[in-house]
Ligand binder design. Structure first.
Ligand SMILES: Cc1cc2nc3c(=O)[nH]c(=O)nc-3n(C[C@H](O)[C@H](O)[C@H](O)COP(=O)(O)OP(=O)(O)OC[C@H]3O[C@@H](n4cnc5c(N)ncnc54)[C@H](O)[C@@H]3O)c2cc1C
Length: 415
């Protein structure tokens, strides 16, 4: 018999932890506790206010095919009432450019028309999680395009993938790209009026969800987890005992505070990240659209501006734009900032000042080889072992929709 009184601890109050708690409580579980090390909920859904307007330092949009987000929005009365993010493509010198060159248009259309039937073959990718995906999708996306004779598709997938901080198409396994950009999502990104944004900011969604939950503890960094008959969790402030634990924090970091098994260690050590920098500037002179720079999408342009977002069309001159660039250990925040500011000047902008900057350890993923060795099948096999469950971005993909979809799957399958 299912014990709805069992004590379930969830580590992390981001989209994954909060949606997991929400689905558990909706199913009747009465003792769910969410532990969050930060002083706010939302994790990578992080909205700030400046001159009475909201700006997103983390997630900023969804699309109509994101049914799980829409469902939660509906439950807590959030509307799609944010600004339209009009878009343009620019050269590094600030000239308008096109995503597809004139001479490529006919061939592009031919390849684009073949895309739905190619994607049909990989429909399993639409299910939650990444275990048992088609082996073709282990290879880097660019290679997969070439194999399917659709090399120009890189141009349509590049802006919503690389400019969104997910890394480079010649490196990242196709499984991740197609998990995020299924046909409906891809075509929604092509039509900007389909994008969903929120006037109050996305963090508001999670604050409203959190306010419906029974037990969320902020400033509660988990310092140790010991799994015996019960799961003993220590934070700075208290010792707690659970029947089950669900990790939605970075799994590779859990080795520092959890009694991780060899199997867990062997898997978690393969997890890689991108370093995604967001700079919020008060600026003048940039076109009032979301400006993508296709020239900066290849991996040899690391550190350069990928996109800037003009969130509000009616901005006064001293409001903020957010600017996005990938870095790594070598191109750290300060080097990246210098490159970004040089890029902004070249684009024709006058920088008044940097208001706030955030560098995210972003997009947990594994490489093609690790995926081919069965990383996801092995991780799924460990679900429930030692009263432990794994959720969060790594299990599916780093988007709000995929995080919620996986939380729902986890709760339905195991609880
Ligand atoms: C710049 C940026 C732009 C993005 N744009 C979009 C977008 O437009 N659309 C979209 O759908 N997605 C977007 N995303 C991705 C999306 O925001 C994330 O994939 C999603 O919010 C991740 O949720 P999560 O709960 O899995 O992880 P997180 O949000 O990272 O939450 C994990 C939580 O665990 C907590 N934690 C970690 N360790 C501990 C510990 N030891 N004890 C207690 N708590 C701990 C952390 O503080 C954090 O709050 C974007 C992300 C970024 C960074």
């Amino acid at each position: 018999m299912v014990d709805k009184d069992k004590k379930i601890g969830i580590i992390g109050a981001g989209a994954s932890g909060l949606s997991t708690a929400y689905f558990l409580e909706n199913k009747g579980y009465r003792n769910v506790t969410v532990l969050e090390k930060g002083t706010r909920v939302g994790g990578k859904c992080f909205t700030i206010k400046y001159n009475d307007k909201t700006y997103e330092l983390g997630a900023m949009m969804a699309v109509p095919s994101h049914l799980n987000i829409l469902e939660l929005m509906n439950k807590v009365g959030m509307e799609r009432n944010g600004p339209v993010l009009y878009r343009g493509f620019f050269t590094p010198d600030g000239e308008k450019t096109q995503q597809i060159k004139n001479e490529e248009v006919v061939e592009f259309q031919r390849q684009f028309s073949r895309l739905p039937s190619i994607l049909n073959k990989y429909n399993k990718i639409l299910e939650p999680g990444l275990s048992k995906v088609h082996p073709d999708l282990y290879r880097p996306f660019k290679e997969w395009c070439i194999k399917n004779d659709i090399p120009l598709m890189e141009k349509v997938y590049g802006p919503p993938f690389t400019a969104f901080g997910y890394g480079y198409l010649d490196e990242i396994p196709a499984a991740y790209v197609l998990k995020f950009l299924d046909w409906e999502t891809l075509t929604s990104f092509i039509e900007v009026t389909h994008l969903i944004t929120w006037r109050e900011g996305i963090q508001e969604l999670w604050e409203r969800i959190a306010s419906e939950l029974n037990d969320i503890r902020l400033s509660s960094e988990v310092k140790s987890i010991e799994r015996k008959d019960k799961v003993i969790v220590n934070t700075d402030l208290e010792t707690l005992e659970f029947d089950n634990i669900i990790l939605t924090c970075p799994l590779d970091e859990s080795i520092y505070f959890m009694d991780t098994s060899q199997k867990e260690k062997d898997l978690f050590k393969n997890i890689k990240y991108t370093k995604f920098n967001v700079f919020a500037y008060s600026i003048e002179g940039l076109p009032k659209v979301s400006g993508y720079i296709p020239h900066h999408l290849p991996s040899n342009m690391l550190g350069h501006v990928l996109v800037w977002y003009y969130r509000w069309q009616d901005m006064a001159y001293n409001d903020l734009i957010t600017v996005y660039a990938l870095g790594n250990d070598e191109i750290d925040e300060s080097k990246c900032k210098a490159i970004v500011e040089e890029d902004l000047r070249r684009l024709g902008a006058k920088i008044n000042r940097l208001h706030i900057h955030k560098s995210w350890k972003y997009f947990p993923h594994v490489d093609s080889e690790t995926m081919a060795e069965g990383f996801y099948d092995k991780l799924e096999d460990l679900q429930s072992v030692n009263n432990t469950y794994y959720g969060g971005e790594i299990m599916s993909f780093s988007s709000i929709e995929q995080c919620i979809a996986y939380s729902k799957y986890l709760v339905n399958k195991f609880f």
